[in-house]
Design a binder for this molecule. Structure first.
Ligand SMILES: Cc1cc2nc3c(=O)[nH]c(=O)nc-3n(C[C@H](O)[C@H](O)[C@H](O)COP(=O)(O)OP(=O)(O)OC[C@H]3O[C@@H](n4cnc5c(N)ncnc54)[C@H](O)[C@@H]3O)c2cc1C
Length: 484
């Protein structure tokens, strides 16, 4: 390679060539990040019949497809509205860049005149992944197993398969704990599974001093440090355990679909296929209607249709198929086939309250440091790109110091003083007065953004779906009205 770096003079050519070949090496190294194992394209034809049809290859659908197709005599079809995840889904710190793109369904809440009034339009964005892995390909990767008391309450309500001991058994079956520090702690080692497809590990971030400072601060205010939050039933503070492996995201699509997609003959995975309706014969499910490559196809199911389209799209599909509250369906001119009043109700989500703290100690990661960190990621998958965009630390706590069940969760985002892009992006979602106040303060100081998650909060979902959702691959203009 000939290099004409005009700033270098005199030169024999050896120095600029050395640097240019290093730059070229790193430029091509990004191609090694992209996952090459995504399932191949598959054909779909009208009136085909399968034993099981699964709608949605997200977190749940990917696992179901794998486990059902273990039975060789069952033919399983997995339908996903999105396609392969982009490279940004694999790089932990770039997850924000997926929001608002074609890999996100881009739902928003409806302005109810009461909540979210500091936000432009009085509504909040509600991201959902639209690709293999679903929201597990866009999420923050924190591996939080859930509190045994939650499962116990489901069990107590008559759901016998949700006893905490049974849940634990299945979690262990799924997991493969890889974090070298946790593996050395017997109690934590025994808590997790070791032979499952889902790798759980610590992030490969390198901001260790900051992480230790944050942990010590949480400890000081009484949110005591523990070895591992899942092992401590989510009371205390610790570094996160996450669905990451070797600096890259693990989703259930990468863990459960990719390893089998090319050789398990009884499983067909069809991307960019948008299910519009469940086909019913009386009260029995017979199949689905799917919009695929510009055509509407009907597919038949011998045994079951499993709707794993996520907490928003699952009730939506049921409603569009005439399964839901009769009054609501009548208002939307949908013929009621099965009157099920609770469809679209009882939605639970965790509400986030961003609290901004302004600290006066300036931190200035300059462009050279940032660039070096990016190269580091290309080199060994470490550095800021390998960490999540929150600072790797979580605290779960309750107002009652003796509590064994948390009321709140806190995760900590730190936007550094000269990270103007992130601060502007964060501030731009608010109405002008709030936006200006954030921008003004962050010009002088650097910005901590604490997000407190009310783990116990619940809400209800009142659906106001637009009915015709035929455009596969597009983003249907669906809105939901959420009150918390
Ligand atoms: C930004 C964000 C951050 C999060 N952070 C965390 C975290 O750190 N830790 C954690 O545990 N959880 C987190 N979550 C929540 C977690 O990701 C979800 O609870 C989980 O992924 C839901 O799984 P699911 O299978 O129910 O739905 P999804 O994973 O959303 O899968 C649904 C799939 O169905 C497809 N689909 C929908 N409609 C149709 C249709 N009509 N036809 C065909 N396909 C369809 C979708 O495209 C999608 O692929 C986060 C979620 C988001 C959005």
């Amino acid at each position: 390679m000939v290099c004409n770096a005009s700033c270098i003079h005199p030169t024999t050519g050896a120095a600029p060539n050395t640097f240019m070949s290093a730059i070229q090496f790193f430029a091509t190294a990004q191609c090694l990040i992209q996952n090459k194992d995504w399932p191949p394209e598959a054909e779909l034809h009208d009136l085909e019949e399968y034993d099981f049809i699964i709608v949605g290859a997200g977190t749940a659908g990917s696992i179901l497809a794998n486990r059902l197709s273990e039975i060789k005599t069952w033919n399983v079809l997995l339908l996903e509205a999105g396609g392969n995840p982009p490279i940004e889904s694999e790089i932990p710190n770039l997850l924000r860049s997926l929001l608002g793109t074609k890999f996100d369904w881009q739902y928003t809440t409806v302005n109810n005149g009461l909540t979210n009034q500091a936000y432009k339009g009085g509504n909040v964005k509600w991201p959902r992944g639209k690709m293999l892995g679903g929201s597990g390909s866009i999420n923050v990767m924190a591996y939080v197993q859930g509190h045994p008391l939650d499962y116990q309450s489901w069990f107590n309500e008559g759901n016998t398969e949700w006893h905490p001991d049974i849940v634990k058994q299945y979690l262990k079956k799924a997991e493969s704990l890889q974090d070298p520090i946790r593996l050395k702690i017997p109690k934590v080692y025994n808590h997790y599974g070791h032979n499952g497809p889902l790798v759980v590990n610590a992030f490969n971030g390198t901001d260790e001093c900051l992480v230790l400072d944050l942990l010590s601060a949480l400890n000081e205010i009484g949110i005591k440090n523990v070895d591992d939050l899942n092992t401590a039933d989510n009371v205390g503070s610790s570094k996160f355990i996450a669905t990451v492996n070797e600096g890259k995201r693990v989703s259930t699509a990468t863990a459960y679909l990719n390893p089998i997609a090319r050789h398990r003959k009884n499983l067909k995975i069809v991307k960019n296929s948008f299910v519009t309706k469940i086909v019913l014969d009386g009260r029995s499910v017979r199949g689905v209607e799917v919009f695929y490559r510009g055509k509407m196809l009907t597919l038949k199911a011998k045994h079951e249709v499993i709707i794993s389209a996520g907490s928003i799209d699952t009730p939506q599909l049921l409603l569009l198929s005439g399964i839901g509250p009769e009054k609501h369906l009548t208002e939307k001119n949908i013929k009621t086939v099965i009157n099920l009043p609770m469809v679209g109700q009882n939605l639970h989500d965790h509400t986030q309250v961003p609290i901004l703290l302004f600290a006066d100690k300036p931190v200035k990661p300059d462009q050279a440091t940032k660039s070096f960190e990016s190269l580091r990621y290309l080199y060994d998958r470490q550095g800021y790109l390998a960490s999540a965009n929150y600072h790797d630390v979580a605290g779960f706590y309750s107002k009652d110091p003796k509590a064994t069940y948390p009321d709140f969760q806190t995760i900590i985002f730190i936007n550094k003083k000269n990270d103007e892009e992130t601060i502007k992006q964060f501030a731009s979602r608010f109405v002008k007065t709030v936006e200006n106040s954030i921008l003004k303060q962050s010009n002088q100081k650097f910005l901590f953004d604490f997000i407190i998650v009310g783990a116990g909060s619940a809400g209800s979902q009142i659906v106001d779906w637009n009915v015709l959702l035929l455009e596969a691959g597009g983003n249907p203009p669906v809105e939901s009205d959420v009150s918390s």
